[in-house]
Write a protein that binds this ligand. Structure first.
Ligand code: LLP
Length: 472
């Protein structure tokens, strides 16, 4: 019989039979416990990783990233072929970008979506061909656009009338012809498990559908710009296909109108495919989603009597999210009696909102497990918190962990491969952790951890003098 749920636990959190189990879908497929009960990832023991690299530590399972990249490519290739078209998958680098990860996904046949000059530089440093890049952003500077055009970036996704004129000037100077997509707001904003449609979304990205026609007309007049089609991204951590379907229907309406004025060879429907952070999340397999989304586009095209365009997608989280596991060391535990009378166990780890701000920023839910051994205690409702000077510094809001957990134990938080390292900071002068890749029983650093010296290196020191008047 299951123990009774704690009165402070949210309804969705199930008391586990075994607070040491590794819920399938939440962890990389390689996650297991060795004969001593120690967590291992790709055959590498978490205890050995911590001995070699310290804590906190982000561990990224290479085969999990590659496998997911392949699954996306195959699923969309197959779905597109069934409807007589093609599909490209761009990995959204904002989820996690390093030269190594860029190489993995390109090896698996993906392209890369970047959204700043910094991400562009990393992708180029990884040797990704310019032609395999898509460049996003609502405020790309002239310098960033110049760099992109010069690097031969395959597609720039234009976001505003000002950007169109900036690109017109750059291409006029260089003589290049730049392929562009126009980002539109379909009015569908998909939020987690549900989606919400509003006619006039009040946000910064893209062109409202009603204004996009004029933007396309302007692009078509410009000799340096090659209009390739429309782009639309409806949100992130989306579970169903309803939002994609609704958005595609609306965008196809404009796509069909634009065909009257010239070719519209492509349609990019963005990213947003959700992953499991806790056992309560149940994302549909990508094969199913790809099939349904591409079918919805094909049906929309058939209804309008237009050809199915070449499709593109931009998954980020779904490629790297599940591949990442963060390891922490437990520093203190504390049982706090809360007003309602319940007791909540606080478990403090040696990182926090500086390496994973998603809980503090979005109220995101994560899960956790003891990594250095199998706990013998009953499942106890726990909150995993960081070491920062802020009460909102929560890593895992609600989790059942073995009651015998003590300082010195290692704790693993799964599904931290996406949007943790990219959003990490030095808050409270806590150095950012390294990222270590694991594969076939071996490990290697792919992003160096920061040291206190790194932090001090940016401090200009106390001996500086103001420049004399007239100088900077
Ligand atoms: N394409 C565009 C144009 C995007 O803006 C995004 C994400 C993606 C693709 C990739 O979306 P994904 O497949 O990863 O859901 N920091 C937030 C997520 C921000 C997403 C921003 N755009 C988080 O931690 O949940």
């Amino acid at each position: 019989m299951l123990p009774p749920a704690d009165s402070l636990a949210p309804e969705w959190l199930v008391v586990p039979d075994d607070a040491n189990d590794l819920a399938s879908g939440v962890w990389p497929a390689s996650a297991a416990r060795d004969a001593d009960g120690v967590l291992e990832l790709a055959g590498v023991s978490a205890a050995d990783l911590v001995r070699a690299y310290g804590t906190p530590l982000l561990v990224l399972d290479e085969d999990e990233v590659r496998g997911r990249a392949r699954a996306f490519r195959n699923a969309f290739d197959r779905a597109a072929a069934e409807h007589g078209t093609t599909a490209q998958v761009y990995y959204a680098g904002k989820a996690f970008l390093s030269t190594t990860v860029a190489r993995w996904v390109v090896d698996e046949g993906l392209r890369v979506d970047v959204c700043t000059g910094g991400e562009l530089a990393v992708a180029l440093a990884a040797g990704v061909a310019g032609a395999a890049l898509g460049f996003h952003g609502n405020n790309k500077s002239t310098a960033e656009l110049e760099r992109a055009v010069q690097a031969g970036v395959g597609t720039i996704i234009v976001d505003s009338p000002i950007e169109i004129e900036r690109l017109a000037a750059i291409t006029a100077r260089s003589g290049a012809v730049q392929r562009v997509l126009v980002r539109v707001i379909s009015g569908v904003h998909a939020e987690t498990h549900d989606f919400l449609a509003t006619a006039h979304e009040d946000q910064k990205f893209g062109f409202p559908l009603a204004e996009a026609e004029q933007a396309v007309a302007r692009i078509r007049e410009l000799p340096g710009l090659d209009f390739a089609g429309l782009h639309c991204h409806i949100g992130s951590q989306i579970f169903g296909v309803a939002g994609f379907r609704e958005s595609a229907t609306r965008v196809l309406e404009l796509h069909a109108t634009l065909l009257e004025g010239g070719p519209v060879p492509q349609l990019n429907l963005g990213g947003g495919f959700g992953i499991a952070y806790t056992r309560d999340d149940d994302p549909a397999p990508i094969e199913l989603l790809a099939g349904e989304i591409v079918s919805a586009v094909a049906e929309g095209c058939a209804a309008r009597g237009i050809p199915v365009p070449a499709l593109s997608f931009e998954p980020g989280r779904a490629i790297v999210g599940t591949a990442g596991v963060t390891l922490y060391e437990v520093g203190t535990t504390k049982d706090v009696t809360v007003e309602s009378g319940g007791v909540r166990r606080y478990i403090s780890v040696d990182g926090g909102m500086s390496d994973n701000p998603r809980t503090a920023l979005y109220g995101a839910q994560f899960s956790a497990r003891l990594a250095s051994r199998v706990g013998a205690g009953e499942p106890q409702l726990s909150r995993v918190v960081g070491k920062h000077c802020e009460s909102g510094d929560i890593v895992v809001d609600h989790e059942y962990l073995p009651a015998d957990l003590v300082p010195g134990d290692l704790l693993a938080v799964p599904a931290t491969g996406a949007y943790c390292t990219p959003l990490s900071s030095n808050y409270n002068h806590v150095p950012r952790p390294p990222v270590v890749a694991v594969r076939d029983g071996r490990s290697r650093v792919i992003v160096r951890g920061e040291t206190i010296d790194d932090l001090l290196a940016r401090d200009a020191g106390i001996d500086g003098a103001y420049a004399p008047e007239g100088e900077k």
